[in-house]
Design a protein. Structure first.
Lengths: 175, 606
């Protein structure tokens, strides 16, 4: 049976949180083609993205994505988004995948049935450990895909913004 | 009823088979060195063959006799079985089973392909592996990924009965083999990374009716522990031995699955197996009400149960309050060896936590617990003083305690990595040398635990980890070692480029076989590990080497087909933390050496 995926309340509140952040006036900074809002980086088109400072410090969400990826995703997709004998390398996939497409696949899953193999990605939409960090995982993979972020654990990271703390709690539905 | 017809049908194929119970049949059939009727060779799990036609002098001449493609790409664990003139070859999901005619170089006599819901695929942590069926009394017992246990007529492949052991919607799956004992078939369950509450279950071998089920965690009447009679380290376990070591109702999603191997001792009528990690991987979420570590029994334990009733005779927890994912499921090898000058009936176990244990299998007395990889650093050792309150407990080194370092903090340089100094790939024992031959991983990790929430049927992990080859060593990710279980010492150690993820086979020919992740099947001298033979098979080997004899000729067979935890973790190569961040350094990626594809390679002398 298919899971509820997007329909869950937690996911909706996370999205509302994200939208609220977008319209937040304080803590805004801008660089070349992307801008920062309270520690979160967005492309000009408004898609979530990563930031790596000159000294190698990654933004919190990219670091968080590294952590969540290596908890929820790497047991199939391999370390550092590099792929494995079991599932494809997501570093390659996100090169041509928009954030909305990424969200849909992660939330609802994907099944491939071919003559030589049958593979199935689960619907992770009702898994708070993934749902609450979808953007984080996406920007981490983007940072890896663009070549800006080497393999392994990011050397330095920005502190966790208050907004991240808050939306995490809301998404987990507690405290 | 069917007995007479069945027995006479079997007689045609197996001249010596007049079994009264599966037990006796397995004992008789597995005593014939020309066959391989259980995944582990026989009830002792020794993986030793008396066949000696292939020996240390002529093994270099081995040539391929025939090969067989399984048609499945995923990781191929386990080994083929040989019963009479038939070889049985299994595959990972969809768990196809082939019966091959040894009289015609593997012509397919019958094929069994179960229909399974593909929803089971993503709830199998770490690949859709399967460690194979078992044979007893004219029947092949086959345990599918979706936990359907099916009994098949060994001659025709016809279903005799089927029973469902678990619910994949909750993350319950199967990867393990089964063990036919007496009039029962013993099976386990996987899914500790999904918060499954582990159990072992016995089904009636003739009908598939459930006889007993023993959980790893929970109330005494569900874990089948007798507070007064079940012993641990020489003392009765007492009332609520599991419940009182958990906070609240966490045991209900507490893991401790049984996805490894089973062995059986006829004399004591005990079945031995190990239990997996507690869920989640974030120890802070499992701490006691006082915020301190709490044991989480009986995860990470060796358990000895009466085969008829399931009641535990003894148990020993190796890694109380796991902080690293060191599942205790690896095989329990039964052997009779002298320890400190006294003949002992022992159980030897090489744990993921890097310690090689020797216990008295009758009483559960702990005899030896030593590191089988010198790089193991999370513990300073196990307290062996029976008068100490810490008796039998590993002493955790603060620097490598992911719990003491804390949530959201990175604990660096822990050895071994979560995949263990050794995973499920079984070791072998040779009664010729009294040595154990152990495929090992030489990999360490950084581990950062963090908060996760539980959703039924979803991963419940809660830690991120980076793995790398053991620093300050030979640079490879594995060793193949010989171990003296009486002394708790490495006798020799042969470095390997990758983790050795293939089960070993020792033979009376004075040689030991194993496979490598690049795809080599190798033979080494039992005395010193000298490499005597190697041949590169079509794909990386995570299967176990077996041997049999047909028409007077000895054969050695192994399944290739890279995958499993090894294929996932090592395909892209590991990073080297000392080379600067993210550098892949000199560490090889498995994908540069091998690609997917299940196949069987059968070797013999020309």
């Amino acid at each position: 049976m298919k899971r509820a995926g997007f329909a869950s309340a937690g996911f909706a509140s996370a999205m509302i949180g994200a939208i609220a952040l977008l319209s937040s006036p304080h803590g805004m900074a801008e660089t070349a083609a992307k801008k920062e809002i309270a520690g979160k980086w967005l492309t000009e088109a408004g898609e979530p993205t990563y930031n790596i400072a000159n000294d190698g410090t990654v933004d919190w969400y990219t670091f968080s994505g590294f952590r969540r990826y290596h908890s929820e995703c790497h047991t199939c997709h391999g370390p550092d988004g590099e792929g494995s004998s079991y599932a494809p390398g997501l570093v390659e996939s996100v090169k041509t995948m928009s954030y909305p497409d990424f969200m849909v696949i992660v939330a609802t899953g994907r099944e491939v049935v071919r003559a030589d193999k049958q593979s199935k990605m689960p619907a992770l939409g009702d898994n708070a450990n993934v749902r609450c960090y979808l953007e984080d995982i996406y920007v981490y993979l983007k940072a890896r895909a663009d070549g800006g972020l080497p393999r392994g654990r990011p050397a330095k990271r920005a502190d966790k913004p208050g907004a991240a703390e808050k939306s995490e709690k809301e998404c987990f539905g507690d405290r | 009823m069917h007995r007479h017809a069945l027995a006479s049908a079997s007689l045609a194929v197996f001249a010596f088979a007049t079994p009264a119970m599966a037990n006796e049949d397995v004992l008789q059939q597995s005593a014939r060195p020309e066959q391989w009727v259980l995944q582990t060779g026989n009830y002792t799990n020794q993986r030793y063959s008396k066949l000696a036609q292939i020996n240390r002098d002529n093994v270099k001449n081995l040539k391929v006799a025939w090969t067989f493609s399984t048609g499945v790409l995923r990781g191929h664990e386990g080994a083929p079985l040989v019963v009479g003139n038939i070889m049985y070859v299994h595959t990972p999901f969809p768990n196809t089973l082939y019966a091959l005619d040894l009289n015609e170089d593997g012509k397919i006599l019958w094929k069994y392909e179960p229909k399974q819901n593909p929803d089971v695929i993503p709830v199998m942590c770490c690949d859709t592996v399967y460690r194979g069926p078992a044979y007893a009394d004219g029947t092949i017992y086959h345990h599918q990924a979706d936990t359907t246990l099916v009994a098949l007529d060994a001659k025709t492949g016809k279903e005799k009965w089927k029973v469902v052991n678990g619910d994949p919607k909750k993350g319950e799956t199967n990867t393990a083999t089964v063990l036919p004992v007496k009039d029962k078939v013993i099976v386990g369950i996987s899914g500790a990374e999904f918060g499954v509450r582990g159990h072992v279950t016995a089904y009636d071998a003739k009908t598939g009716k459930q006889v007993w089920r023993a959980y790893s965690l929970g109330p005494d009447n569900e874990i089948l522990f007798d507070p007064d009679k079940t012993m641990s380290l020489g003392k009765p376990v007492g009332k609520d031995s599991s419940l009182k070591t958990w906070t609240g109702e966490q045991w209900k999603i507490g893991g401790g699955t049984a996805w490894g191997w089973f062995s059986y001792d006829q004399e004591t009528n005990l079945v031995f197996y190990g239990t997996a990690n507690p869920s989640t991987w974030n120890p802070a979420q499992r701490a006691g009400a006082d915020g301190k570590p709490i044991d989480q029994k009986w995860t990470m334990a060796i358990i000895a149960r009466d085969a008829d009733t399931g009641v535990a005779k003894w148990a020993y927890q190796m890694t109380p309050f796991d902080e690293w994912d060191y599942d205790g499921v690896n095989e329990m090898i039964l052997a009779d060896i002298p320890v400190q000058g006294q003949p002992r009936k022992v159980l030897v176990h090489f744990d993921r936590n890097g310690l090689g244990y020797t216990l008295d299998r009758v009483t559960g007395e702990l005899l030896v617990a030593n590191k089988f990889d010198p790089k193991v650093n999370w513990t300073s050792g196990v307290v062996m003083d029976k008068n100490s309150p810490q008796y039998g407990r590993p002493q955790v080194v603060k620097e490598y305690s992911t719990f003491q370092t804390g949530q959201d903090k990175n604990t660096k340089g822990v050895c071994p990595a979560a995949l263990g100094s050794k995973d499920q790939q079984p070791a072998a024992f040779s009664p010729q040398t009294n040595l154990f031959y152990v495929p090992t991983n030489h990999v360490c990790m950084d581990y950062e635990p963090f908060r996760v929430s539980y959703t039924a049927g979803q991963p419940y992990v809660g830690a991120t980890l980076s793995m790398f080859a053991a620093p300050g060593s030979h640079g490879g990710m594995g060793n193949f070692i010989a171990w003296d279980a009486a002394q708790g010492k490495i006798v020799w150690s042969k470095p390997e480029k990758f983790s050795v993820w293939s089960g070993a086979l020792a033979t009376a020919g004075g040689i030991v076989f194993y496979g490598t992740l690049e795809g080599y099947i190798k033979a080494v001298d039992e005395k010193d590990g000298t490499e005597l033979f190697k041949f590169k098979t079509p794909s990386g080997i995570i299967g176990n080497v077996m041997t049999y004899s047909h028409n007077g000729k000895q054969y050695v067979a192994v399944l290739s087909g890279v995958g499993g935890w090894a294929g996932i973790g090592l395909a892209a190569g590991l990073t080297n933390p000392t080379d600067g961040l993210g550098a892949v350094g000199g560490y090889a990626g498995l994908r540069d050496y091998t690609a997917l594809g299940g196949s069987l390679t059968v070797l013999t002398l020309p």
